[in-house]
Design a binder for this molecule. Sequence first.
Ligand code: AGP
Length: 624
Amino acid sequence: MCGIVGYVGRAEATPILLDGLRRLEYRGYDSAGIAIVDAHHKIETRKCAGRIASLSKLIAAKPVSGSYGISHTRWATHGKVTDENAHPHFDATGRLALAHNGVIENYQALKEQLIQDGDTNFRSETDTEVLAHLIGKLYIDSCATTVDVEQKKGRLVNAVRTALKQVIGTYGIAMVHADIPDFIIGARRGSPLVLGVGKDENFLASDVSAIVAYTRDAVYLNDFDVVAVERGKFEISSLAGEAGDRQVSKVEFTAEDIKKGDYPHYMLKEIFEQPVSVHDAMRGRLSLEECTAKLGGLNMNPQQLREVERIVLTGCGTALHAGMVGEYVIESLANIPTEVEYASEFRHRNTPMPNNTLVFAISQSGETADTLGALRESRRKGHRTLGICNNVASTIARESEGGVYMHAGPEIGVAATKSFTSQLVILTLIGLLLGRMRNLSTAEGSRMIGALEALPDQIKEVLQLNDQIEAIAKKYLEVNGMLFFGRQFNFPIALEGALKMKEITYLFAEGHPSAELKHGIIALVRPDLPSVFIAPDDAIFSKNLNNMEQVKARKGPIIALTSSDGAKKLKGIADDVITLPDIPDCLMPILSVIPLQLLAYHVAVGLGRDVDKPRNLAKSVTVE
Ligand code: AGP
């Protein structure tokens, strides 16, 4: 949610900041802005509603020049999407500019206090502007006597600390002051912020992808860190003023990895990366000798694993759907009671959880506020809490007691695709590991490993269906929505198919267990509302077939996903049949979701939607 980039160095700041913003645009794209301190110690700002492209045009028409500054791409929380509400915001003097990611919950109270103190110079409806005014006021109050630049730096940092101690809410901020040359300040609580360490230049960003083209040396800031950044040095301290010692880490990926290559959209590129990302999710984690999975990152010994009595899987959106598949998979392989919880609900309710409950927070970004909240609440209650994350330096990854990384590589498209299949692989590995410590025989374990190893090639086969799926999508561009149905392992895939469809095509879409059709949903069935059935030829195929007949009888078009034998049985019933390779039931979701990702993609392209940046959405949801 919102992206921040800051730069201080010897180069021209504007192109670096714009380039960084473009890479962070997936985090929010309602409005964008830049604030640069020029050679005359004046802050030049350009900002506007709309995307980075609009900001670039604005800057091209009226260039800004300077070697340090900050920038922001916004996902609106407080205040409409207008030029005035775009960041950066200023203090009352106009000498301090601030970009913010997060929510200042008590901004109204702080604003009233500032107004009472005589500050009436507010120009926007945002919570961020209030923070800028508060820091600005505290700074001015502390500079009553003339001080030199070094003292000003210290006083500005102190003003930031004092202001942030008054704030209730979350923030990742970057800030410049026109009176203090070559100096930017960053701070975080609840919203990610990373410091990029360069040679005679330093960077701040919400995500390393913004700066990886310039440096791969990064310091991931912790909550309550304040960092004072200059060209050749940086100083991290806590809100209390204690010095912080942080390690510089190497970023795992390069600027090349976050390019679109020949693909028209990141989403399509990421769908086609799944043979590799699925392989990477299990690489080095399968033991043929012991017919099990090896997950050292869980940081649990065999005794502790053996004692697990219950599992809770929590996450949001696509990650939640992965958890729902995980519930079926873990229960079938390991026979351990497993629950899936919406992170946003779980954290606020008193779910009965016996001792020896293992909680997994599933999150691609590792920064989702609701999932992080659920993780913290579970830890507070004393449960062992583990992460399934893609972003290795993320807050969830760092705050959990262990976990399993997805190693899917950067996922830029707002619609999650490859991270989902990686999550499914990891949940299967967890089921296999725990199952082999309980009821799963060596023969069954060995069969699972064989099937897992065959997955990347089977995914390649599924991807070859792309043309067929594109043709199907073209048939259904005029529809009024789509329904998705599945049973057992594939019921959550119906939910995921519907989520993909609605988030990038804006069509109405719902997913349901197939059997629920007759309990109400069938009232929706009509010729302009196709139903997508995920119905492999498994033990419950005939039940899915009954449901398809019910739709057919009411003239509802049917798109069916099935396996080879199922395809023959669906002749005359389904209008379109997509045939998937045969695979054990519990692994079918890893294949069956891919045609649904492609279907949503091609419908979205056919309808002229902005696939990678769908309206109103942002990739990383760091607000509640
Ligand atoms: C999926 O396509 C969505 N963009 C969204 O539901 C996403 O999965 C959710 O916000 C969770 O994100 P996370 O995995 O980064 O926690």
